[in-house]
Ligand binder design. Structure first.
Ligand code: ACO
Length: 494
């Protein structure tokens, strides 16, 4: 394991450069239910889930996967595909709201992966607040790398959840998955310093007070209003900070969405993402002292909306429609590419935003990535929200960090398409099985192991003391685009 002492010269007296995301790995279940079929099964008018909510498929887990197994799979795949050694990790943060133990963290379960390396010196535990935990974990990891406590090793962030709802109108907005991210300096996805704004409030829009159930209590309409309200506050705060930076560089113009090449959102369902982009355009319109509402102008036809009060527009369908219409092109260019995983897997809760990020990256050719600025909006009910940004840096030569990051996503679409479609009745039975067996001890899961993707970890047994045992399927040849092992020393500033 690298000795912290060996690293101290390199980090003394200054922050490491370009701290951010070096590599990512996404895991989603190998099976899904089709939303069109679910509409028929649920006796819902055709189009409500698919057009109204904007969802095509919903990934779900049988009883042989739980939050620990999802995170084990994501971490192991990240480490294997990037040929990172476990002794090069100094911090591991988990963001999740899928709680199966009120004391023992998922992080400690993940330590079994570190067994052979002998590395037990790994800081970090779990962070929880609805869908925001992954972002808190990412911020914690980056803060560690930028702190006096950093010893030169990588940080790992894992965001994972199983999003399931009781039968009813929220059920089609479920999903499941996990994302692991390697964090360190000289990253191809750099967290922009000083450019993030957070908004937190006390509200009961979505929460999980019933420890015996996986299902949340949800006030759906309130949760949407809270999401959009938090988006307003975060964007306004972000703009103030961005404008202060711009002024230092002699630019006194207003910050607008033009400055983001892409905008990714936490995605409870894709239609809300489209409404959110429209909401940012509404914010730009309200902040613009002289919005061009003439024919052919950016805000053509919107003159009548200038005297609106933002906080009175959350449920105003006319305003929503007008700005969705006006932001159509911007949505297609900056946000739609980021909705692939959300549309195909559903709301994964904490990984949802990062599923958006990998979807966007996968949609771009490598050559067009350098220099792009990506805005990210993270929302967790209850509520905690942040808007922050990443800049894509580095060259695109084979073997470069950016090349490795982008190549690892080459098979994203293939992996989504290779999942198994199951009947809605099977999905409903599986949800019932999860309900009936949640927290059972002793318990041997009955879900099919054969149907899991190669390399997937799964739950084999819960003993009478509620201790969980796991095993993993042999990994087949997951494409490994990386060419060589990343030496820790290459991360350190010289
Ligand atoms: N064809 C096309 N569209 C239709 C049809 C149809 N046949 N029927 C309805 N729709 C549209 C509606 O007009 C509506 O669209 P609009 O809002 O753009 O007008 C959309 O489908 C949804 O219909 P609603 O009646 O609003 O849906 P409902 O109230 O039954 O449920 C909700 C939606 C509240 C989002 C529910 O699924 C839920 O509670 N989900 C969980 C909470 C959630 O995800 N909150 C978001 C932030 S918090 C978080 O991330 C967990």
């Amino acid at each position: 394991m690298p000795s912290p002492n060996n690293m101290s010269n390199a980090t003394e007296g200054r922050w490491p450069d370009d701290v951010g995301i070096i590599a990512t790995e996404i895991y989603f279940p190998s099976q899904y239910v089709d939303q069109e079929q679910l509409e028929i099964f649920d006796g819902i008018p055709a189009g409500k889930y698919t057009i109204g909510l904007g969802q095509s498929k919903m990934g779900f887990c049988t009883d042989c996967e739980d939050i620990n197994s999802l995170c084990l799979t994501a971490v192991q795949n990240l480490m294997d595909r990037n040929q990172i050694t476990y002794d090069s990790i100094g911090r591991l943060e988990v963001g999740t709201e899928t709680i199966i133990d009120k004391s023992k963290s998922v992080k400690t379960v993940l330590m079994q992966l570190f067994g052979d390396s002998g590395n037990t010196s790994v800081e970090g535990i779990d962070t929880t607040n609805a869908c925001y935990g992954g972002t808190a974990a990412l911020f914690n990891a980056a803060a560690w790398v930028e702190s006096s406590a950093w010893d030169g090793r990588y940080a790992l962030v894992v965001a994972g959840d199983i999003a399931v709802y009781a039968t009813g109108n929220a059920r089609p907005t479920g999903g499941a998955g996990a994302i692991a991210m390697l964090v360190g300096p000289n990253a191809p996805l750099v967290l922009e310093r000083g450019l993030r704004h957070t908004h937190m409030e006390h509200v009961y829009d979505f929460y999980k007070p019933d420890m015996a159930s996986e299902y949340p209590r949800v006030d759906g309409k309130l949760s949407i209003q809270c999401y959009l309200g938090a988006l307003d506050k975060c964007y306004q705060g972000y703009c103030v900070k961005a404008e202060a930076q711009m002024q230092k560089e002699g630019d006194s113009s207003h910050y607008t969405m033009d400055r983001f090449d892409a905008m990714c959102f936490h995605s409870p369902f894709c239609k809300l993402v489209q409404k959110s982009l429209a909401r940012l355009m509404l914010n730009d319109f309200m902040r613009d002292p002289k919005p061009d509402t003439n024919d052919g102008g950016r805000y053509a036809g919107l003159r009548g909306y200038k005297d609106l009060k933002l906080e009175e527009t959350f449920m105003d369908r006319e305003v929503e429609k007008a700005f969705m219409n006006c932001s159509k092109e911007m949505f297609a260019a900056k946000t739609k590419p980021s909705t692939l995983v959300a549309n195909q897997v559903g709301n994964m809760y904490t990984p949802s935003l990062y599923g958006g990020l990998v979807s966007f990256l996968a949609s771009c050719n490598l050559a067009e990535l350098p220099g792009k600025r990506i805005g990210l909006f993270s929302y967790g009910s209850g509520l905690a929200a942040s808007l922050f940004s990443l800049q894509v840096k580095g060259d695109t030569a084979p073997g470069s960090p950016l090349w490795k990051l982008r190549s690892s996503l080459d098979d994203l679409k293939f992996r989504l398409d290779s999942r198994r479609c199951v009947e809605p009745s099977v999905f409903a039975e599986t949800m019932k099985l999860r309900e009936d067996t949640h927290h059972l001890a002793k318990y041997t899961p009955v879900g099919s192991i054969a149907d899991l993707f190669p390399g997937t970890w799964y739950l084999t047994y819960v003993d009478e003391m509620h201790r969980r045992k796991y095993s993993s399927k042999p990994s087949s040849n997951l494409p490994s685009p990386r060419v060589d092992k990343v030496p820790v020393s290459s991360l350190i500033n010289s």
